[in-house]
Structures are given as structure tokens and as C-alpha cells.
Design a protein around this ligand. Structure first.
Ligand code: 5GP
Length: 126
């Protein structure tokens, strides 16, 4: 089934500057901004500027440059906020909620970066 991108989703509006955002980092291919309802001291959303619904869409159709930039931006942010264990940081969590079971609210690919407190176990055992 083809991916259908709804350009009225809230992150599409952020990309068109129709609504404001608190930008953390921006490149030609990627935008990172603070979540409006933070669930940790650092809660940053990273989105590609391309119109991808979710990660499997991105993995299938994004250019190498988009994929590389997206990955590097996430790495640069975790480093910039002091979260990377390799430089003495306490760690972080990356989440990409996807589809119905993943409880994805906004239908534009986004990774959550959460950091700044111990986050607890992600899920309960089944
Ligand atoms: P999802 O549930 O799709 O993985 O996460 C969507 C996230 O987008 C939520 O954490 C929510 O707080 C955030 N969000 C929703 N609307 C806005 C908005 O207008 N601005 C910002 N910065 N974040 C938003």
C-alpha cells in the first residue's frame, strides 16, 4: 500500500512556518524543536523536512543525504545536550511512535529525544 501524506498535519504546518516552534537545530534536510508538552527535562522532536509519514516510509523513499543528515542531527543534539554516555552524559531515549499500535498522533515522521532524568522501563512485560 502506498504511503499517503496529509499535508495538514501539525508538523507540516510547523515546516511551512504557519505555527511557531522552539528550534533546537536546523539543516537543509532536518528540523529539531522542543516538544510543546515535554515529558522530560529535555524533550526534543526531530523531523525530516521531506514529507514522510513514518520511519518505514523514510527508510524506503528518502535519499541517502536525507537519511544521513537526519541521523547526524540526532547525534549532534544528544551530544549538544550533554546526554551521550561516551562524553560522560547520563543517556537518553529515542522513540519513533509508528501507526496505530505505536500510538502515533502526528502523521509526519518524528523521533523523540528524551533526556535529563531517569526515564524508567519503557514498557511492561506482556
Ligand atoms: P506522537 O504521539 O505522534 O509520537 O508525538 C507527537 C508529539 O508532538 C507529542 O509529544 C506532542 O506533545 C507534540 N506536539 C503536538 N503538537 C505540537 C505542536 O504544535 N508543537 C510542538 N512543538 N509539539 C507538538
Amino acid at each position: 500500500m502506498a504511503y499517503e501524506y496529509d499535508d495538514q498535519n501539525i508538523f507540516a504546518k510547523i515546516l511551512r512556518r504557519e505555527i511557531p516552534n522552539d528550534t533546537v537545530m536546523e539543516t537543509d534536510y532536518t528540523l529539531a524543536f522542543r516538544d510543546i508538552i515535554p515529558q522530560a527535562p529535555e524533550h526534543i522532536l526531530v523531523i525530516p523536512k521531506g514529507f514522510y509519514v513514518n520511519h518505514d516510509h523514510f527508510a524506503a523513499d528518502a535519499t541517502d543525504a536525507e537519511v544521513l543528515d537526519f541521523t547526524r542531527v540526532i547525534g549532534a543534539i544528544t551530544h549538544a545536550i550533554g546526554a551521550t554516555p561516551s562524553t560522560g552524559g547520563s543517556g537518553y531515549r529515542l522513540i519513533a511512535n509508528t501507526g496505530n499500535d505505536g500510538v502515533q498522533d502526528v502523521q509526519h515522521l518524528h523521533f523523540h529525544i528524551l533526556s535529563g532524568r531517569r526515564l524508567g522501563r519503557m514498557l511492561q512485560p506482556v
